[in-house]
Design a binder for this molecule. Structure first.
Ligand code: OAD
Ligand code: ZN
Length: 317
């Protein structure tokens, strides 16, 4: 039997949710649009805005989140990052619906692609931020990881933050080089200094130091860019969860970005799938498609289930 013959109606969706106990919710930008955060690929989304504004030096709007481009021109991302930095947003009905599933013990895990951290703000505990967040930032060079707050002033003032660990190593090395040069000068040209920074005029005659020379690394928020691997936690969770999941609910994602879009194929065929989205997602074939605004749909489902969505934990000022 095809999926469509098993379950297909809104009634079926209500009953599937009622009788499931280990639900995976796979969510995307569509659950945060009602909070005032644009999604990526809609006509009013971030990529269309970037394209229309044309104010950044991009061939393709997705370059804004491309690691190769970032390494080359970090200033472009930092002139924009402020716009997507989580600020005073209030979780939507959807976030709170997920929280409700979590409270009831029905949620196996929420795999979210969103970096706005609204799931956590809504109190969802069993959430995996597949594309990372601004919570931490790492040096592209020495990999030192720091709390995200450390780079917040740079994001707000649209400046590129550099790694302080690299900077201090560099300073140590400059000092060491200075000492060695002074010593070799004393020895009247005997035994040349062996440390060089990239770009030093006389570096061809000198071998590289332990640190390797060069500039301090650029700090990048730990959000996953195109060309970067997801955290291994994603694979680890999926590996476990696929054995346990009894219902997949996909909300507000175009399912265009792998490997999150491939979650569907990793889950046993016997597990029912419900897709809630404003627009049809043509390349997937869930059992039940609920087309419309996600907040309205989850509110309706909850009413039918007789379950109450918790109120927002954060009250607007
Ligand atoms: P997309 O913008 O690709 O898809 C969002 C989907 O949500 C679209 O299909 C919209 O129709 C739908 N949608 C919008 N508002 C809705 C609403 N009120 N109710 C229901 N559905 C609604 O965003 P994602 O699929 O989340 O990655 O994008 C995936 C990844 O691509 C993002 O995590 C981001 C991006 O590049 C990185 O930045 C690494
Ligand atoms: Zn560093």
């Amino acid at each position: 039997r095809t999926r469509l013959e098993r379950w297909s109606t809104l009634e079926d969706a209500v009953e599937l949710i009622r009788h499931s106990r280990r639900i995976i919710v796979l969510s995307g930008a569509g659950i945060s649009t009602s909070c005032g955060i644009p999604d990526f690929r809609s006509s009013t989304g971030l990529y269309a805005n970037l394209q229309n504004e044309g104010k950044f030096d991009l061939d393709d709007p997705q370059q804004m989140f491309d690691i190769v481009y970032f390494r080359e021109k970090p200033e472009v991302f930092y002139s924009f990052a402020k716009q997507i930095y989580p600020s005073n947003f209030i979780p939507s009905q959807c976030h709170r619906w997920i929280k409700m599933l979590d409270d009831k013990g029905y949620l196996l895990r929420n795999y979210t692609q969103n970096i706005d951290t609204l799931e956590s703000l809504a109190g969802v505990e069993r959430v995996l931020q597949c594309h990372g967040s601004f919570k931490t930032a790492s040096c592209l060079r020495c990999k030192t990881r720091v709390p995200g707050q450390n780079i917040e002033p740079y994001i707000m003032s649209q400046k590129v933050p550099y790694c302080t660990v690299c900077k201090s190593k560099r300073a140590e090395e400059v000092e060491l080089r200075r000492k060695i040069k002074a010593q070799t000068q004393k020895k009247s040209g005997n035994g040349r200094a062996k440390i060089a920074w990239e770009g030093d005029d006389d570096s061809s005659e000198e071998e590289e130091s332990e640190w390797g020379g060069g500039e301090p690394g650029i700090m990048k928020p730990d959000i996953t860019f195109f060309g970067q691997a997801l955290d291994s936690e994603f694979d680890e969770c999926l590996f476990k969860d696929r054995e346990e999941v009894d219902l997949l609910v996909i909300i507000g994602t175009s399912l265009k970005v792998a490997p999150v879009s491939e979650v569907l194929t990793h889950i046993p065929h016997s597990v029912p799938q419900i897709n809630i989205n404003l627009t049809p997602v043509h390349h997937v074939h869930p059992d039940i498609c609920l087309l419309g605004d996600a907040d309205s749909i989850v509110t309706y489902l909850s009413e039918r289930l007789g379950w109450e969505i918790p109120p927002p934990a954060v009250i607007p000022k």
